[in-house]
Design a protein around this ligand. Structure first.
Ligand SMILES: Nc1nc2c(ncn2[C@@H]2O[C@H](COP(=O)(O)OP(=O)(O)OP(=O)(O)O)[C@@H](O)[C@H]2O)c(=O)[nH]1
Ligand SMILES: [Mg+2]
Ligand SMILES: [Zn+2]
Length: 307
């Protein structure tokens, strides 16, 4: 039989085979192409499985080739990576202005990752009911001004309060497989519950002391929209370690730079201080947002120090 992995707890996997959900385990070791992974099988994987004799459970025999995946550096094991989910149509990044605050740098790292995986991304500003004051309005304005022209849709929602959340959201998620990501406490599970009430994901108040989330969701899990499509709730992430992006490659994952890349004087230009750099010229002319360029430099230099 063929099925899709909807949850993985480490040793057991829940696999959806047509309308059934079956518990399955892995037998033996799996070879992964060149990747050092902490998890051989991820949510979203299509697998081939076989029923165990006289039991309700099954054994996973094979993983079908992944169309794409979102992967991050393992926080536990050096030089290892963790696949968050695979076979996705898009990634939804939930962000909040406060409690917790999502920085532009974090957003940019996330977007560089999804660009490098070839996965479209959407930004969802949650907790709009809490937005107040000039500071916060100007943060929101920045988000719209920076990201919409780059082709990333920006949605404003309140997962807790919006009455029309579903109708607002459905055009973006209908019939698609969407990953939901973001810091702990931004309301990923709350949003999921609002869209799919049967999901009943645990949610928890953020810590009053640190104004950060308390890592309520601990495993990625896929839920199905009755209208068609699925959403994958994931544990909150602190930072997004970017993988295997070469210096000269990084600008390919900034859509506003990508269009000028052939035009720099040197074809291995890193767009820092090389003569005849068209990216720096476009920055000065105002075609590239200074915050985005700053993020570019930050990622470039951080990745440098990891090499
Ligand atoms: N005021 C307000 N609070 C919200 C909103 N959405 C979520 N919250 C609250 O934010 C807190 C965290 O929500 P969760 O859904 O648990 O956050 P999460 O992103 O799933 O967090 P992790 O599972 O830890 O990654 C809860 O107390 C929610 O009730 C919103 O739109 N407005
Ligand atoms: Mg959660
Ligand atoms: Zn350049």
């Amino acid at each position: 039989m063929k099925g899709r992995v909807i949850k993985s707890t480490g040793s057991w996997y829940l696999v959806k085979v047509e309308e059934l959900v079956i518990s399955a385990r892995l037998k033996g070791k799996f070879k992964q192409e060149d990747l050092k992974l902490t998890n051989p099988i991820a949510v979203g994987d299509w697998v081939e499985l076989e029923k165990e004799e006289g039991q309700e459970t099954a054994v996973i025999q094979d993983i079908l080739p992944r169309e794409n995946y979102v992967i991050r550096k393992s926080t536990r094991k050096q030089h290892f990576s963790h696949i968050i989910a695979s076979n996705l149509d898009q990634a939804i990044l939930v962000i909040t202005m406060k409690k917790p605050r999502t920085s532009l740098g974090f957003i940019d790292r996330f977007l560089v990752s999804t660009e490098s995986f070839g996965i479209p991304a959407i930004l969802v500003v949650n907790k709009m009911d809490q937005l107040e004051g000039e500071d916060e309005t100007s943060w929101l304005q920045d988000i719209h001004e920076i990201y919409e022209p780059l082709g990333y849709p920006v949605l404003e929602v309140s997962a807790l309060k919006d009455q029309d959340l579903k109708s607002k959201f459905l055009p973006y998620i209908h019939g698609k497989s969407s990953l939901i990501s973001g810091h702990s406490g931004v309301g990923k599970s709350t949003l999921l519950n609002a869209l799919i009430p049967e999901a009943k994901q645990d949610t928890k108040e953020i810590s009053g002391y640190s104004a950060k989330g308390v890592h309520t969701t601990t495993f990625a899990e896929m839920f199905f929209l009755p209208e068609g499509g699925d959403l994958i709730d994931t544990p909150g992430i602190k930072e997004f370690g970017i993988l295997d992006v070469e210096e000269f490659e990084l600008s390919h994952y900034f859509p506003e730079m990508r269009q000028f890349l052939g035009e720099c004087k040197y074809n291995n230009c890193t767009h820092v201080n090389e003569p005849g750099c068209v990216v720096v010229q476009k920055l000065e002319e105002g075609y590239i947002h200074p915050y985005r360029y700053q993020s570019y430099l930050n990622i470039l230099h951080e990745e440098d120090s990891h090499r």
